[in-house]
Write a protein of this length. Structure first.
Length: 758
């Protein structure tokens, strides 16, 4: 007789509290391993992580106005439904932070990405198309949060289809949430089928999928996913005649003939509201409306609610929040009726940043933080019974022109929400970071270290700028002058690659190149979830997605931390700059979210700050986390007490080990080099960047990651890599799959300081 593992009720509650209060999830549920007994091995938690015992699912709600007001003109005129793109990013952060939360408490966890990492056309014997590493929809049902509707969406009693999910696989023994009864939420109203312009819920159907979880069976229609993806994924105009049979070739032919129109707001989602929550208001929208749990009171807005809304500025790193009345906006020529007809007020969250710093990942982080503030404020209002929406379509440029107090040389980033709540207007002035609250009694170093710890930094070190100057001087003879290739695909989406290849010459940088007068470099790091790395491309799942996700989400969180740290510097009168690869000695790895800093990034900065030693392969190795940290560098003009290079620890296994060099499939490793400072020295192998990039950056060697997502492209690196040879290889990229590459540093995965080795 099987023995059920003991569940940890206290841990379950701690995780639930963290999800609901700290991560601001709307729903959270748990499934035990037994509920996946019938799951295909490649798509199961145990296929990803054999020792897994539980799955955690968190959900966040689409604001009702985003669904009810989006897509009114056409499903491909999505309007405020574009909040969906932000929600994916928010779910990514929630998944990643939950994984690190579990890891910090001694449990193993594999956070799963929200979306956009999948196997388009099956994998080996697996025939499922568009298959993710773990289906969040199935996980939502398995954790008792949802049941399947006819349309295949995981619908909840609270929101219907109006939420998105994210999942975490863990070995923690958690108490499972009760399952919903099949048929208790979906009443087969068939509004989804009626309004689907692609015909995916009416044509090319093949019976029903049946999912057996415990003693319950859930059913949803088996549709042709290529037909479903016509507009939703491939952006093809839904007003075009759609063939009676849709497959990959039909999709590619349609793109070639007609191009793309834009992303689709799924009509199945828009019209899916449970009967108990569903009502109609034709004057407001042509979609069903959702009855909320709270009814907004008549009269003035509760002052505590307004405070909670405005306080999202401080919570999410905004510098200020401004409240507008509808009349104030109208007087300035801003008409809110086309965006939300019942608007009575608006709230703008904003921050400013010095113009030279507003670039690349930091620019994206600034916008993301403001979107978080607005989205969470919308949910505060909606929970109180008020309609509200961000990403409404109101032009931020018009709002920004109404704000006073922006000095020259600074960039203003804002995000505005609209609401039917009659909030009390506030002064219309930009507030700068230097005008913010300086922590009383805290010196700058303590305040900075406290901030980095609060944001989850697992390691922090300080190097004097001169130490980096010394290291760069030692490396210049080896690395300056190396040829680096870049490329841009000039073809339109879902078309054969048309590469534009250029080359540049490497020149290493020092802190002074970023910030004249630089005195110190503060290096901080976030860990990759160890279990994600340990199980990459192993076991039944052979999944590479969790590592690809970890590579980019760690950098996203480092970027938002940099933004907060730079604002703190301004409050203390400290000038700052930033970099993910200060010396410029590293490269990037291909990712579904664009090129990401590789495992070599900021290696010299981390070494100089006493956080790592360099192994034989040249990548940084931390005494506790091994290679599984990603580093950011904050360059400042304030001298801080410096940390010495690591003298009492070194990666001794490198001596007799040659795994990293042997694993390289492009023969990128070359001669040995040496760095030395503060009485500490390390030797490591140099790398030819063009040969290394051939595999991990340009996705031309399948075993460097893409093979595990179903690619079959292997182009051996020529003896001499030229722009022409690279362009020839890039033209062979698969037309659809090339949009979501998942690559890794194979040499790093082969290292015993990364994960267990056979």
């Amino acid at each position: 007789m099987a023995v059920t593992p003991t569940v940890d009720a206290a841990l379950t509650q701690e995780i639930r509290d963290f999800a609901l209060r700290e991560l601001n999830a709307d729903l959270v549920g748990f499934a035990d391993r037994a509920r996946y007994a019938n799951a295909p091995a490649r798509l199961s938690p145990q296929g990803l992580m054999p020792e897994s015992r539980s799955v955690i699912v968190m959900a966040i709600h689409h604001p009702d106005a985003a669904i009810e007001l989006g897509g009114r003109e056409h499903p491909q005129v999505i309007g405020p439904y574009c909040i969906q793109y932000f929600m994916n990013s928010r779910l990514d952060e929630m998944s990643y932070r939950m994984g690190l939360f579990l890891q910090a408490r001694g449990w193993r966890a594999v956070p799963i990405v929200s979306s956009n990492i999948w196997r388009y056309k099956g994998y080996k014997e697996m025939t499922e198309q568009f298959a993710p590493d773990l289906s969040h929809l199935h996980a939502a049902v398995a954790t008792g949060l949802a049941e399947f509707g006819y349309n295949g969406l995981a619908i909840t009693p609270e929101y219907g289809a109006r939420q998105r999910y994210v999942s975490i696989v863990t070995d923690a023994p958690l108490a499972p949430t009760p399952l919903l009864e099949p048929g208790s939420v979906c009443d087969n109203c068939m509004l989804c089928r009626k309004h689907c312009l692609s015909g995916a819920l009416a044509k090319e159907l093949d019976g029903f999928n049946e999912i057996h979880i415990g003693d319950k069976t859930y059913r949803y229609v088996r549709k042709n996913l290529w037909r479903c993806a016509w507009g939703e994924h491939f952006d093809i105009d839904l007003d075009l005649p759609i063939p009676e049979h849709v497959n990959e070739q039909v999709i590619l032919d349609a793109v070639k003939a007609h191009g793309t129109r834009g992303g689709e707001m799924g009509s199945c989602l828009r019209h899916c509201v449970p009967r108990a929550r569903r009502y109609f208001d034709a004057k407001y929208t042509d979609a069903p409306r959702r009855r909320r749990d709270a009814v907004a009171p008549e009269g003035p807005v509760h002052r505590g609610l307004q405070d909670r809304v405005v306080s999202q500025a401080a919570r999410q790193g905004a510098d200020f929040a401004v409240v507008w009345s509808r009349e104030e906006l109208a007087a300035a020529g801003i008409d809110t009726d086309p965006h939300m007809p019942d608007t009575r007020a608006a709230v703008t969250f904003g921050l400013t940043v010095p113009a030279p710093l507003y670039r690349d990942r930091l620019a994206g982080a600034c916008h993301y933080l403001m979107q978080q503030a607005a989205y969470d404020a919308v949910r505060e209002l909606e929970r109180a019974g008020y309609t509200a929406v961000s990403h409404s379509g109101v032009q931020e440029e018009a709002i920004q022109k109404l704000l006073a107090g922006l000095p020259e040389g600074r960039v203003l980033v804002t995000e505005t929400l609209l609401t039917e709540a009659a909030l009390v207007p506030s002064p219309k002035r930009v507030q700068l970071p230097a005008e913010g609250r300086t922590p009383a009694g805290l010196d700058f170093e303590t305040a900075l270290r406290n901030l980095l710890a609060e944001q989850g930094a697992a390691a922090v070190g300080v190097a004097p700028a001169g130490r980096l100057d010394e290291i760069v001087a030692q490396m210049r003879p080896h690395l300056d002058g190396q040829t680096i290739f870049d490329y841009k695909d000039t073809a339109r989406a879902f078309s054969p690659t048309v590469p534009e290849v250029t080359s540049r010459t490497r020149r290493l940088k020092t802190p002074g190149d970023y910030l004249p007068g630089a005195r110190s470099v503060v290096v901080f790091a976030l860990p990759l979830p160890q279990a994600s790395v340990e199980h990459t491309a192993r076991h039944d799942a052979e999944a590479v997605g969790p590592l690809a996700f970890a590579q980019y989400e760690s950098v996203n969180l480092l970027a938002t931390t940099l933004r907060r740290a730079i604002a703190l510097c301004e409050r203390y009168g400290v000038r700052a700059e930033w970099s993910f690869d200060l010396a410029g000695s590293a490269s990037v790895v291909a990712s579904p979210r664009g090129p990401q800093p590789d495992a070599f990034s900021n290696r010299f900065a981390a070494w100089a700050a006493g956080l790592a030693r360099l192994g034989k392969g040249g990548f940084p190795i931390h005494p506790v986390y091994g290679t599984n940290l990603r580093y950011a560098a904050l360059i400042i003009d304030r001298e801080l007490p410096a940390d010495a290079p690591l003298a009492d620890w070194q990666p001794t296994q490198c001596g007799a080990c040659d795994r990293c060099v042997a694993r390289c499939m492009t023969a990128a490793f070359g001669d040995e080099a040496r760095i030395e400072a503060g009485g500490v020295a390390d030797s490591f192998r140099l790398i030819d960047p063009a040969r290394c990039d051939w595999a991990k950056r340009f996705s031309l060697i399948a075993a460097e990651g893409t093979a595990y997502t179903g690619w079959h492209l292997d182009v051996p690196a020529p003896a001499t890599i030229t722009a022409e040879a690279l362009a020839d290889g890039l033209r062979q990229h698969p037309v659809i799959e090339k949009r979501r590459p998942c690559d890794f540093d194979a040499c790093v995965l082969a290292c015993p300081y990364t994960r267990s080795q056979p």
